[in-house]
Design a protein around this ligand. Structure first.
Ligand code: SF4
Ligand code: ZN
Length: 315
């Protein structure tokens, strides 16, 4: 057995026989910490190369909340791009203003950017929209907290990325996040939304998702192995019913039939691209116009963010 390390009850790494920390179900491999880290980073690199999402001269703004997914994204990109000085990397952190929750995650985001030597821009909802999320939610007309939070955060990220000179906005969505959103679009029968996400240039700064090929469990384990997993509080507004049910469906299917999530996303991506192509053929917008107030894509005169803000203005 040579120098193979034996630890009671722990399978050896398929590649080097050191004690394994993970069973990667989609490949059937047991991997030690070093090989697991390498396999996640290779998956991200392959996604980046296959899609051409990062090119020389790009300035990549990472949307960094301070939670594990965006922290893993920034950490991996800083490693993958360390030999590419022609690509600039920066981080944008949006402080939604959620008392008892964001203080800790903001601290984690600041510590990580300082550690990695990555420039960080911080924008609060109060700076961008005049009020914190907590304050907006005092209004009885406010929608579901996560709807408001998500729409305004995306808007704040876009604006900050454009101001910082970014050419791409990278978010920490994992394969599971993408599959959950896709399943929700299908369950909602939201064909326009499915096709719209396939139209290039449908936002100020194109969004990229380098972790889109990595299952959530692997993102979490990568965070643990690399010391990026911190015991952070949970958002007091968390708990969107449909999304959490979509998550359960995806994870159950993946557990019973490894590889299902990846196959679903391959099919969904084809559907999305074909839908976008049809919309372009129909006249480029397929019913989408530009918001009169901010220029973002809209289905009426105003985009979702401007409509929400208008409905929450003091009467
Ligand atoms: Fe925003 Fe909802 Fe996430 Fe809380 S759980 S940070 S309200 S999207
Ligand atoms: Zn608008």
């Amino acid at each position: 057995m040579g120098d193979e390390k034996k630890v009671a009850g722990v399978s050896p790494c398929t590649r080097c026989r050191a004690p394994a920390v993970a069973l990667v179900r989609r490949t059937g491999e047991h991997l030690c910490a070093a090989h697991f880290v390498a396999s996640v980073e290779r998956e991200v690199q392959e996604t980046v190369e296959r899609t051409g999402m990062i090119r020389d001269g790009d300035c990549i703004a990472v949307g960094l909340s301070g939670g594990k997914d965006s922290s893993v994204l920034l950490y991996i990109l800083s490693r993958l791009l360390r030999d590419r000085p022609e690509v600039r990397l920066l981080a944008i952190t949006i402080d939604e203003g959620i008392a008892g929750y964001r203080e800790e995650t903001m601290k984690a985001a600041r510590a990580l950017t300082a550690d990695l030597g990555v420039e960080q821009f911080v924008v609060s909802f109060e700076d961008a929209f005049g009020r914190s999320l907590d304050a907006f939610l005092q209004n009885p007309a406010a929608p579901n907290p996560c709807t408001l939070c998500g729409v305004l955060r995306r808007r704040a990220l876009q604006t900050a990325a454009r101001r910082a000179g970014a050419t791409k906005l990278a978010t920490g969505h994992s394969l599971d996040d993408e599959a959950e959103a896709a399943l929700m679009n299908v369950l909602n029968g939201d064909l326009k939304r499915i096709a719209r996400t396939g139209i290039p240039g449908n936002a100020f700064v194109p969004r990229i998702k380098p972790l889109g090929g990595v299952p959530e469990k692997e993102v979490t384990l990568y965070a643990v192995v690399q010391g990026l997993f911190l015991p952070l509080p949970e958002c007091p507004y968390a708990g969107q019913a449909l999304r959490s049910e979509a998550r359960t469906i995806i994870s159950t299917l993946e557990y019973r039939h490894p590889g299902t999530t990846m196959q679903f996303m391959e099919g969904y991506t084809t559907l999305r691209e074909r839908g976008a192509h049809c919309l372009e053929e129909e006249g480029a917008t397929g019913g989408f116009t530009r918001c009169e107030e901010c220029g973002e894509p809209a289905t009426g005169r105003r985009c979702q963010a401007c409509s929400l803000l208008a409905s929450l203005r003091d009467e």
